[in-house]
Design a protein around this ligand. Structure first.
Ligand code: EPU
Length: 423
């Protein structure tokens, strides 16, 4: 298990390239199960979650070939096992994304029921209810979701009680091969949903309305292979921009998609950042000034993303003034706050809101990461601290940020990865 050592106090300066989006690549890899032809996925990020998804597909008998440019080819004509085992699902909840495709193409699936995690209870009842309404019989037994359908799934009018990203994705994939027209109401509108829909349409699906809250999917007889490049990662983009703003720096992120970051860019401007937005780049300049506190509330897209809440908490921790941050998507996403307070931050939790009174600077300390985005926020806190911070349990960060210490080093940060010997 590795840890990160950070010597804070450096303003980030320079340019970096943004990787492909984890939360788009994962459902697109699962979509490879919907066809017997090869699916080539390009711009794949180099992340542990991607390796886990490839391992999951591999244990089902799917062939995977990764080339030297990290393009992945999935060939599920060789599939022999329709099960997602608990050992993999417990390390990555997104494994639930194989449920819809397996049912739609093979009429059967067995997927370990994901448990709660560090950010909340995260049930999958919406996925199950929607697939049942499409004719699947689904039982939960011995910790597994066992689903089957006789013949093909049937189209349905699906109304999601809560906006769910992977829930919408599972239904989109299942409906692409169902009999008839499925309508998904209260669908998630995240850019990753649009990316998945674009990939499925290129595979021969008939999906309309992606990016709005009503999607219409006309089931087709079969899907075919294609080559598809995953969209840039908006959360990675936002994380580096927030790190630049918190350290009073000047950073340009390239190969990104600025349109997917409206809510975040607005908050960065409120924090005092000057932004120059290009077609596929964003340049942020703080001109050496201390950021101002911002207040925000997380909500499904296009509102402010929950995946960027912790990073803004780190920015507010050293900003001028007091800001409040309200989390409405997950019930327990404030674990980073207690670690930041150990670094000298002044943050109090009131229900689902944190009130952050900005301090001049934080002091380095040993801290522990609890989930992916919390880890990113602790790294930002380390970058703005005086002295040394060590961030433990960074396996969380490797799930979602490609080469984070190398990218930060290239921006001038004093950060290094240190292996920790066990025992
Ligand atoms: N929910 C239910 N029932 C369901 C599904 C969801 O009650 O059947 C609730 C959840 O408990 C939560 C809310 O609905 O309170 C939204 O959860 P959602 O299903 O949208 O989350 P997810 O699909 O499991 C994806 C991302 C998360 C991101 C959320 C919200 C992937 C692989 N994961 O999760 O990303 O935070 O959407 O935008 O796409 C991350 O990358 O760090 C991460 C956690």
């Amino acid at each position: 298990m590795d840890r990160l050592h950070i010597n804070g106090g450096v303003s980030l300066e320079g340019e970096i390239r943004i990787a492909g989006a984890k939360n788009s690549a994962l459902p697109i890899l699962a979509a490879g199960l919907l066809t017997a032809e090869p699916l080539q996925v390009c711009n794949m990020p180099h992340l542990v979650d991607i390796t886990t998804m490839l391992e999951l597909l591999g244990c089902m008998g799917v062939q995977r070939v990764v080339d030297e440019r990290m393009n992945v080819q999935i060939d599920s004509s060789t599939i022999r096992n329709l099960k997602a085992p608990y050992e993999l699902v417990r390390t990555m909840r997104a494994s639930i994304l194989v449920l819809g495709p397996l049912l739609a193409r093979h009429g059967r699936a067995e997927v370990a029921l994901p448990g709660g995690c560090a950010i909340g209870s995260r049930p999958v009842n919406q996925h199950v209810a929607a697939l049942r309404s499409m004719g699947a019989s689904i039982e939960v037994e011995n910790g597994y979701i066992r689903a089957e359908v006789e013949g093909r799934l049937k189209a349905a009018h699906v109304f999601m009680d809560v906006v769910t990203v992977t829930g919408t994705e599972n239904v989109m994939m299942a409906a692409s091969l169902a009999d008839g027209q499925t309508i998904i109401e209260n669908a998630a509108r995240e850019p990753e949903i649009v990316d998945l829909a674009d990939c499925l349409n290129r595979m021969g699906a008939d999906i309309k309305g992606q990016g709005s809250n009503t999607m219409v999917i006309n089931g087709v007889e079969e899907l075919h292979g294609c080559s598809f490049a995953v969209m840039p990662d908006r959360i990675e983009t936002g994380t580096y921009l927030i790190a630049a703003a918190a350290t009073r720096g000047h950073v340009k992120v390239k190969d990104t998609c600025p349109q997917t970051l409206e809510a975040v860019l607005r908050k960065l401007e409120q924090a005092g950042a000057s932004l120059r937005v290009g077609e596929d780049s964003i340049e942020l300049d703080m001109r050496g000034r201390r950021p101002r506190s911002v207040s925000l509330r997380t909500s499904p897209y296009p509102a402010f993303p929950t995946d960027m809440q912790a990073q803004f908490t780190a920015l507010n921790a050293v900003a001028a003034g007091t800001g409040s941050i309200t989390e409405t998507v997950f019930e327990n996403r404030f674990m980073h706050v207690h670690e930041m307070n150990r670094m000298g931050a002044n943050i109090r939790v009131e229900g689902n809101t944190v009130i952050v009174e900005g301090v001049e600077s934080l002091k380095g300390a040993p801290v522990m990461a609890t989930d992916l985005r919390a880890s990113a926020s602790l790294i930002i806190a380390g970058l703005v601290s005086q002295g040394e911070t060590t961030v433990d349990r960074i396996y969380h960060i490797d799930r979602g940020y490609e080469c984070i210490e190398e990218k930060l080093q290239s921006l001038g940060a004093r950060i290094s990865r240190v292996p920790v010997r066990s025992g």
